[in-house]
Design a protein around this ligand. Structure first.
Ligand code: SF4
Length: 584
């Protein structure tokens, strides 16, 4: 049964606020002042944190608080929009407004990582999967009876792994401690050399060399060094970390300890996305066992000079915290706004100290490399992409779930394996990744070609790609942290442009403006979210221009003013007349 109130360190600001949220169903101004005093922080900082994270509320939510995932992928097996309308109608509640009796509230949220389970929601923070009309009617009845979640059908909360294809990582469970034993038999330089020679690259999509990252961190000067596991996967269509955390957490903690050994860290953190809070008890139990086995804590495996502790920090619903510097800000108890880089976390990370941030899959792969050796790892994959990649496959296919391949696999092969017979396109790497059209299905999953964090979202021939694009545009507008203008304003404008197209009010001029705006958001935004927010639009316009064309109003539109000329005064004041100071 789900547990929605788990014991964990209340010493972290996010955790303290979570407890208040659970207790009072909101965080009041008085609570913020109280927390500010406890943490010796300005009230404004606490207020900015409450304001920033989607899972904190300043007005009370219902005792049953439901957030339906509005991810494109999860909704494919049902009509999400209808489900939201239906549950609101059945419960006599309006979206985002708590029912006057305080019993229930309903809202939407971005992908909750259940894309292989059909339509899904978080209820009081716990995933409830496989939603349909019948289940919603049953839920309404249980709520009217005031039944606690522990009395609801257990199978509603059962989250399966759905592993359909295993390769090197998923096939084998190394015994807890076996990689560490091997590594600690030699010195840390030897382990670093193994990781360097393996060619292991970050599995989040950017593909930075893992050994190089550890080396830079090890060489950076600081009072302390830190290991951080980024378990904040939030890319719509991604759910592999859910499975890895559920069934391969030992290897993850082993990988973190190995990283600590190389960089000289005594402390590590797992930053767990708020949507996966239900895994917290399970992870803490594994941590507890590892302490008992001397695989964590002081003098690991009897090696007096190697001590390492791991703590879990749980996020609160902010996609941007998947960006490593935003994640560190969040760990330090602030809104997850990306830092200006350089300096990079390897030299100035958590508390300004050298920090190695790696994602879940990378750290697990490191544990396997340490056990089997670099040659074993290098023998798989392609020249620049060694080893394997775990894909989260969802959308229009017979068997959505987890598929692991050595790098270099073609898109077409993945489609065949998961039973996607009639795909017109695949979104690889989430909305920030690449939209791959049928003509390009021979392309390969690899850093040389299609780099991905793991999301593999399939669109059948019957799918309306325009509404998919619109959903993605809404996602970025919602998840922009608001720090920089090009992204904050640009993503909103792109969202409204899509609404205009969908409403049949757009002209060719709007398409031109979307292209210009997309280029501007990509070029001038502060962090990766903004840099990639328009990828899906530009890909869509390149390969599927007809779906946009069909919706356009076929009357020529002539702007009533010349916008570029209107900027002339501004150019003179700023003494700029370069190409970027012009709209064309
Ligand atoms: Fe925030 Fe977007 Fe700017 Fe990144 S690009 S800092 S998400 S507003």
């Amino acid at each position: 049964y789900p547990q929605n109130c788990v014991e964990f360190s209340a010493g972290h600001l996010l955790h303290r606020l979570y407890v208040l949220q659970q207790t009072y169903l909101h965080i009041s101004t008085e609570s913020m002042a109280q927390v500010a005093e406890e943490f010796e922080l300005p009230v404004s900082q606490v207020a900015s944190v409450v304001d920033f994270y989607a899972f904190f509320y300043q007005k009370p939510v219902g005792r049953y608080h439901m957030l339906l995932s509005n991810c494109t992928s999860c909704g494919y097996q049902t009509d999400q929009h209808n489900l939201l309308e239906m549950i609101c109608r059945l419960l006599n509640v309006k979206p985002e407004i708590t029912r006057p009796d305080g019993r229930v509230s309903v809202g939407e949220t971005s992908c909750i990582g259940m894309c292989d389970h059909g339509a899904a929601m978080l209820i009081n923070g716990v995933p409830l999967v496989g939603l349909n009309a019948e289940k919603l009617a049953h839920i309404t009845h249980l709520i009217s009876e005031n039944q606690p979640l522990s009395c609801w059908p257990m199978e509603w909360f059962r989250v399966e792994n759905n592993i359909h294809k295993q390769d090197v990582l998923l096939n084998e469970h190394i015994q807890p401690g076996s990689s560490l034993k091997k590594a600690l038999a030699g010195d840390s330089q030897r382990l670093l050399d193994i990781i360097l020679h393996s060619g292991l690259r970050g599995r989040g999509g950017a593909g930075f060399d893992t050994g190089r990252k550890w080396q830079l961190c090890r060489e950076a000067e600081g009072k302390a060094h830190y290991v951080v596991c980024n378990a904040d996967e939030g890319e719509p269509g991604t759910f592999k970390d859910r499975v890895l955390l559920q069934s391969y957490a030992d290897a993850l903690f082993e990988g973190m300890a190995l990283c600590a050994y190389v960089i000289g860290a005594r402390k590590g953190f797992v930053y767990l996305r708020g949507e996966y809070r239900y895994l917290l008890n399970h992870l803490q139990n594994i941590l507890k066992r590892r302490y008992e086995q001397s695989l964590l804590g002081p003098s690991i495996l009897g090696k007096a000079e190697f001590s390492f502790d791991i703590e879990i920090v749980v996020g609160a619903g902010a996609y941007i915290c998947g960006e490593e510097s935003a994640l560190i800000e969040s760990m330090e108890g602030r809104p997850g706004i990306p830092r200006i880089r350089p300096p990079f976390p390897v030299t100035h990370g958590y508390l300004g100290q050298p920090t190695a941030v790696n994602n879940v899959e990378t750290l697990i792969a490191a544990a396997y490399v340490a056990y089997h050796g670099s040659d074993w790892f290098k023998a798989m994959g392609t020249e620049q992409s060694t080893g394997s990649k775990i894909l989260s496959v969802s959308g229009d296919c017979r068997t959505p779930g987890i598929y692991e391949y050595t790098y270099g696999i073609s898109v077409q092969q993945v489609l065949s394996d998961c039973g996607a017979k009639n795909a017109q396109a695949v979104q690889i790497g989430g909305p920030a990744g690449a939209l791959v059209a049928k003509k390009d299905f021979s392309r390969q999953i690899s850093f040389e070609d299609l780099s991905t964090g793991g999301s593999f979202l399939i669109f059948g021939a019957h799918r309306d790609l325009l509404s998919v694009n619109q959903n993605f545009a809404r996602f970025f507008a919602h998840e922009s942290c608001g720090f920089c203008t090009p992204c904050r304003v640009g993503t909103r404008l792109l969202e409204s442009s899509f609404q205009k197209i969908a409403d049949g009010r757009a002209t060719r001029q709007d398409i031109q403006e979307i292209k210009q705006l997309s280029a501007l958001v990509r070029r001038y935004s502060h962090c990766g979210l903004g840099h990639t927010a328009a990828n899906h639009i530009l890909d869509g316009l390149k390969d599927f221009s007809d779906i946009f064309e069909e919706k356009l109003v076929q009357t020529p539109f002539t702007p009533s003013i010349n916008l570029d000329a209107a900027l002339e005064d501004a150019r003179q004041i700023t003494r700029r007349d370069d190409a970027d100071a012009h709209l064309e």
